[in-house]
Design a binder for this molecule. Structure first.
Ligand code: MN
Length: 204
């Protein structure tokens, strides 16, 4: 069982995110504006997760948003587009700089169309995580241990995954292209929020 701490509404004072912090979010669903943010998970890559439960209607979390806004702290996501948009919608903070393991995977694992976290962890790190709790009620006042363990597993291995994907990006000469995509990602989330979610503005 992964180890985690569960906090209400914000990280504790003095929380040290280190130079690169993995972040994932759980929401009531996947529809922007309709589905509220319920849980924010963080890990510094030390095998421990910090879970922050977000209350209905909550719009501030000073310690969390300070990290999101800090240009000196890298925020590491898997499919960051969703999480960045949700955090922006909830707290009004567009987080940067960011790194996304799903984008990195799409840029180097061109031999497959399986870029889900479960597949990546299994293939690159030999780690099997359960996705059983993915569709559970994240808005519940009291989260179950199974929910917390699942939520933690979404951030616990992102640093190791990032290292594996980074090596592949370097090997294939796509590090610069990946970095350009990461730099644009927060703006992609802004486009989603502004009404261009279903449109590829680069398409003809
Ligand atoms: Mn998740």
């Amino acid at each position: 069982m992964p180890t985690f701490d569960l906090y209400q509404t914000d990280l504790p004072d003095g929380f040290d995110p280190g130079p690169s912090v993995a972040i994932d979010c759980e929401a009531m669903g996947l529809v922007q504006r309709r589905d509220r943010l319920c849980l924010v998970q963080l890990s510094t890559g030390d095998g421990h997760a910090h879970l922050v439960q977000v209350a209905p209607g909550q719009t501030t979390a000073a310690n969390l948003t300070r990290i999101l806004a800090d240009p000196g702290i890298e925020k590491l996501f898997h499919f960051g587009r969703f999480d960045i948009g949700l955090l922006y919608q909830t707290f009004g903070v567009l987080t940067a700089p960011v790194w996304c393991t799903k984008i990195a995977s799409k840029l180097v694992r061109t031999y497959t169309d399986r870029h889900g976290l479960k597949y990546l962890l299994s293939e690159l790190l030999g780690i099997d995580i359960s996705k059983q709790q993915q569709t559970s009620d994240w808005g519940a006042e009291t989260l179950t241990d199974a929910q917390c363990a699942y939520a933690a597993s979404d951030v616990l291995y992102l640093h190791r995954l990032r290292a594996a994907l980074d090596a592949m990006l370097v090997r294939e000469g796509r590090g610069d292209l990946a970095q350009a995509c990461f730099d644009f990602l927060p703006h992609r989330a802004r486009l989603d929020a502004a009404g261009w979610a279903d449109q590829d503005i680069f398409a003809h």
